[in-house]
Design a protein around this ligand. Structure first.
Ligand code: 8Y7
Length: 263
């Protein structure tokens, strides 16, 4: 089996700037539909950048950016994931038809998020990130990154289960690039198999991330497809259930060849 693809759909003002809110939502919906038609199993809609140092976005702004897009895609029959750390965005996205919550804080950024997730039927991605997007890079210190990230994810899984979230709804993600240096990211990618001990499906997100130029030499984000594919194939080899990527068709082509060549 090849991993399922989660297509990345960023709906920040600069992403689909064809003027006005309506045009922005329509452009984003069209892009999400194209990802679905290219083979994405789900489209991950995000309205707040989690890049280190990116500006915070208000609840109202994040709702305005994401909910029309979630609604439009869900209405068209496209499975949707909402990439947010805000309980209010989760609630609205669930009502608009999202079937998955992707919270890079693993439901810790807001106190209400755990209850919103538990009260839904959605699948929930628990990603590892120390601190928050503004503090994480200062917290990139580990003796045993694989063991420590796995232990932190196991603790979050336990908290979720205690809050009434069935284990069968959880997906774990080591959080490549979130509070990790190059060596940490590579150790996690090398040691991915160890995360199967968590007993839940795994998601890997490394598309266009800085580990690629760190290893292979400077390349602007738009020139990182080859490295992204190399990491996607490593994820497939390690048996991850999900890959979060920008380039859906290209990743599926690589995965299909990988699968066809396996013994
Ligand atoms: C990830 C993610 C980002 C990831 C999950 C980027 C929202 C940074 N990365 N969610 N989000 N896993 N689950 O470069 O690795 O895409 S944002």
């Amino acid at each position: 089996m090849i991993p399922r693809i989660m297509g990345i759909l960023n709906v920040t003002p600069d992403s689909f700037s064809d003027g006005g809110r309506h045009g922005t939502a329509d452009g984003a919906i069209a892009a999400g539909l194209r990802m679905f038609e290219a083979g994405a199993a789900i489209v991950d809609v995000g309205g707040e950048s989690t890049r280190p140092g990116a500006p915070e976005v208000s609840l109202e702004e994040e709702l305005q950016r994401t909910i029309p897009v979630v609604e439009g895609l869900a209405r068209a029959g496209v499975p949707v994931s909402i990439d947010t750390m805000k309980a209010g965005v989760m609630r609205a996205a669930l009502a608009a038809g999202a079937g998955m919550l992707n919270d890079v804080s693993a439901l810790q950024a807001e106190a209400e998020s755990l209850a919103v997730a538990a009260g839904s039927k959605a699948q929930v991605v628990l990603m590892h990130m120390p601190g928050n997007p503004r503090t994480m890079q200062g917290l990139a210190a580990y003796d045993d990154v694989v063991g420590e990230v796995r232990a932190a994810l196991a603790a979050r899984i336990a908290v979720c289960e205690a809050a009434g979230l069935a284990r069968g709804r959880l997906i774990a993600d080591p959080g490549i690039g979130f509070g990790k240096g190059v060596g940490h990211n590579l150790a996690l990618l090398r040691g991915l198999e160890a995360f199967h001990a968590l007993g839940v499906p795994l998601l890997l997100g490394a598309s266009r991330k800085s580990v690629i130029p760190a290893v292979a030499g400077a390349a602007p984000v738009t020139d990182r497809l080859p490295g992204s594919l190399a990491i996607a194939l490593r994820g497939a080899e390690a048996g991850v259930a999900w890959l979060r990527v920008h380039d859906v068709a290209e990743t599926l082509q690589a995965l299909k060849l990988w699968e066809a060549m396996r013994g």
